[in-house]
Design a protein around this ligand. Structure first.
Ligand SMILES: Nc1ncnc2c1ncn2[C@@H]1O[C@H](COP(=O)(O)OP(=O)(O)OP(=O)(O)O)[C@@H](O)[C@H]1O
Length: 249
């Protein structure tokens, strides 16, 4: 369980807080889509959850433990249990699909094995299983730079899966993809979410995707939670509150 309790985040020199007194609880099984205009605080919320951004006020509790009070070692362990999926994939283009997804193990291994790129048979076997899960079993040895955007994001998802995560965090994971590919990536995330019993939290601009896949939608505006309910209840009025006007798509 992840709890944000009265979380406020100020960036240095910023006039206003990026998150303002946010109170939210996320539990296993929830597939949450976060909507909000640019600058609403969506990425900041993700960074507070995976311990990349300290909170200025309030606290983030992970299974009851205050994230800011964890030892560096435990914080690293938590980060290795949060699988991140990014808009621009954050892959290493010249490496193969398999080499990229094996980097998902780096948080769990010692630095020397990582530097030497030494992986044992069970790690390679796990990589192959994960590649099957994301439908890339034919592409193991292909260089990532030769893949399409949708295939690259499948590699991104596979790398996150290698971490055996408790949580999937997506920061606009389909913003660079066309609508049908976006839908297939959401479907993949939903399938994995259900198989692995995760907490999945995804920032997304596309209201239709949020409505189709989320079990819960959160609307952020100006650093505040202005909507938190099931997708079926999200009305045009709610969207106006979130975006300041009704989005066209
Ligand atoms: N590193 C930073 N330093 C200072 N201000 C920042 C920093 N990162 C974000 N901000 C500010 O914090 C606020 C929230 O930004 P954030 O990136 O969390 O919003 P967002 O909803 O993810 O936006 P987008 O959809 O454009 O990615 C914005 O006003 C932004 O300018």
């Amino acid at each position: 369980m992840i709890e944000l309790k009265d979380v406020t985040v100020f960036y240095p020199q910023a006039k206003e807080a990026a998150l303002k007194n946010v109170n939210l609880t996320f539990e296993r099984g929830e597939f949450i889509c976060v909507l909000g205009p640019s600058g609403a605080g969506k990425s900041t919320m993700i960074r507070t959850i995976n311990a990349l951004q300290p909170v200025s006020e309030g606290k983030v509790l992970i299974n009851g433990e205050d994230l800011s009070k964890l030892s560096e070692n435990k914080r690293r362990q938590w980060r290795s249990r949060t699988g991140m999926i990014f808009q621009h994939f954050h892959l290493i283009p010249r490496l193969t699909v398999e080499q990229n997804i094996l980097t998902g193990l780096f948080g769990k291994r010692n630095a020397i094995s990582n530097i030497l790129g030494l992986f044992n048979a069970s790690e390679i076997q796990k990589a192959n299983e994960v590649l099957r899960q994301v439908g890339l079993e034919q592409m193991t040895d292909r260089r990532v730079e030769w893949l399409s955007g949708g295939q690259k994001q499948r590699v991104g998802v596979a790398r996150a899966l290698m971490q055996e995560p408790e949580v999937f965090l997506g920061d606009e994971p389909v913003a660079s993809l066309d609508p049908s590919i976006s839908r297939s990536i959401f479907q993949l995330l939903k399938n994995i979410h259900e198989n692995e019993d995760l907490i999945t939290l995804i920032n997304v601009h596309d209201v239709f995707l949020a409505k189709s896949f989320a079990t819960r939608v959160i609307g952020l505006s100006d650093g505040k939670v202005v909507f938190d309910n099931s997708p079926e209840t999200l009305s045009a009025e709610n969207l106006e509150t979130i975006y300041g006007s009704t989005p066209q798509d």
